[in-house]
Design a protein around this ligand. Structure first.
Ligand SMILES: NC(=O)c1ccc[n+]([C@@H]2O[C@H](COP(=O)([O-])OP(=O)(O)OC[C@H]3O[C@@H](n4cnc5c(N)ncnc54)[C@H](O)[C@@H]3O)[C@@H](O)[C@H]2O)c1
Length: 348
C-alpha cells in the first residue's frame, strides 16, 4: 500500500491520547516527525511513542520533511496559520476542533484548501462514533419524515479543563461552547443535512468558572478565567426548522448530559443512548438496537482512517471544511448575539 509521510504540530494532550497512536496504527502512514514549541513535550513523545524526528519550529519541519499530510493539534490560536501554511506548501490537513478562533479565520482556511486542491478536514470525531453513524443512516433513510426540531445538550455538571490554555480567551477564542459545544453542534447539523441558518439568538455566561468551585477535572485558575462556562442558543433554519443548543463546563444540574435529539413528522431519535421513537400500530414505541456496526470501533482510529483514505482515494472526507465553517459562523453569531442582546441574522 502507498505510504503517506505525516507530521504532527502540537504534541500535547490530544496528540498523545489520540492522533499519534492512531497515525502510528494506520498501515498507510509513516508518522515521521512532530513539532512543538516545548522541548519537554517533544521529549515526552519521543520516549513514549518513539517518534523519530522532532522540531521546535513547525516551519522547519514543513521545509525538511517532505510531508504529504499534517495534523494540527496546537491551541486554537494557531489552527489557522499552521493549517494555511501547510496547505500552501502542498500538504493535506487534519486540524483539531474548533476549526479556528472565528469564522473569518475559518473562511481563510477553506479558501486556502480550495486554492491548493488539498484536503482540509476538522477533528469533529463524534461523527465517527458508532451511535452517530447509525443515527445518520436512520435520518437519511427518511425514517423520521420531515425533521423540524433538533435539541443539542453538551452539559457537564462540573468539568472545567484544568490543563493547557483552555480558559485563555486569546489562545482559544472561547470556553465551553468552542471546546465542547462545537462537537455536538457539528454532529447535530450533519445529522440533519447542514440546513441553511437564517438567524441565531444566544446567551453566553461566565458564572461558576470565576470563583473557587468543586471540579473533578482538577484545579484551574479561577482568578484568570477569561471565557464562558455556559452557552445557550436558538438557531432558526431556512427550511422552517429550528435547533436549541446548550453547552456547559460547569452547571448546577443533577447529572452531566450529552445528547442530540431530533424530531420529525414520522418519528424522532436520541443519539446518546441511541433509540428511535415512533408511533406505530396504535402504540408509542421506542426501538433500540441490540447490535450496531462500528459500536466497538474507536472513533479516533476511524477519523484517522477516513482522512488517510480520502487522500489515497481522492474523495471528500466525512467532515468537509465548508461544514466546519458553518459551525464557526454559528458560534460567532452566538457570541455576537449575547454581546448585543439581540438576534443575529445570517441570511434572509
Ligand atoms: N477532539 C477532541 O475531543 C479534543 C480534545 C482535546 C483537545 N482538542 C483540541 O486539540 C487542541 C490542543 O489541545 P490539547 O488538549 O492537546 O492541549 P495541550 O495544551 O495539551 O497541547 C497543546 C500543545 O501545543 C503546543 N504548542 C503551542 N503553540 C504551538 C506552536 N505555535 N507550534 C507548535 N506547538 C505549539 C504546546 O506546547 C502544547 O504541547 C485544541 O485545539 C483543542 O481544542 C480536541
Amino acid at each position: 500500500m502507498q505510504e503517506l509521510r505525516v507530521g504532527i504540530v502540537g504534541a500535547g494532550g490530544i496528540a498523545r491520547a489520540r492522533h499519534i497512536p492512531s497515525f502510528q496504527k494506520n498501515e498507510n502512514v509513516a508518522l515521521v516527525a512532530v513539532a512543538d514549541v516545548s522541548s519537554e513535550a517533544l521529549e515526552r513523545v519521543k520516549s513514549e511513542f518513539g517518534v523519530p524526528t522532532t522540531y521546535t519550529d513547525y516551519r522547519e519541519m514543513f521545509e525538511k520533511e517532505q510531508l504529504d499530510a499534517v495534523c494540527v493539534c496546537t491551541p486554537n490560536k494557531y489552527h489557522a496559520p499552521v493549517t494555511i501554511a501547510a496547505l500552501r506548501q502542498g500538504m493535506h490537513v487534519l486540524c483539531e476542533k474548533p476549526m479556528a478562533l472565528n469564522a473569518e479565520e475559518s473562511r481563510a482556511m477553506v479558501q486556502a484548501a480550495q486554492e491548493s486542491g488539498k484536503i482540509l478536514t476538522i477533528a469533529f470525531h463524534y461523527r465517527h462514533k458508532g451511535a452517530c453513524r447509525s443515527a445518520k443512516r436512520v435520518v437519511e433513510a427518511g425514517e423520521l419524515g420531515d425533521v423540524y426540531m433538533v435539541r443539542v445538550l453538551a452539559l457537564r455538571r462540573r468539568g472545567i479543563p484544568s490543563w493547557g490554555v483552555f480558559t485563555n480567551k486569546d489562545m482559544q477564542g472561547g470556553g465551553a461552547l468552542v471546546d465542547y459545544g462545537v462537537h455536538l453542534l457539528d454532529l447535530a447539523l450533519w445529522l440533519v443535512g447542514n440546513p441553511k441558518v437564517v438567524e441565531v439568538a444566544g446567551v453566553t455566561s461566565q458564572r461558576l468558572g470565576t470563583r473557587p468551585n468543586v471540579n473533578p477535572w482538577g484545579e484551574w485558575n479561577y482568578k484568570d478565567f477569561q471565557v464562558e462556562d455556559h452557552a445557550a442558543a436558538f438557531i432558526r433554519f431556512a427550511d422552517g426548522g429550528a435547533m436549541q443548543l446548550e453547552a456547559s463546563w460547569a452547571l448546577n444540574i443533577a447529572e452531566s448530559v450529552e445528547n442530540v435529539s431530533i424530531s420529525g413528522t414520522e418519528g424522532g431519535l436520541d443519539v446518546f443512548p441511541f433509540r428511535v421513537n415512533k408511533a406505530a400500530h396504535g402504540m408509542l414505541v421506542n426501538w433500540t438496537p441490540t447490535w450496531m456496526p462500528g459500536e466497538q470501533d474507536e472513533e479516533g482510529t476511524r477519523q484517522t482512517a477516513d482522512f488517510v483514505d480520502a487522500i489515497l482515494e481522492g474523495r471528500q472526507p466525512v467532515v468537509k471544511a465548508e461544514e466546519a465553517l458553518q459551525v464557526s459562523q454559528i458560534v460567532d453569531a452566538i457570541y455576537r448575539s449575547s454581546a448585543s442582546a439581540s438576534a443575529i441574522k445570517l441570511c434572509d
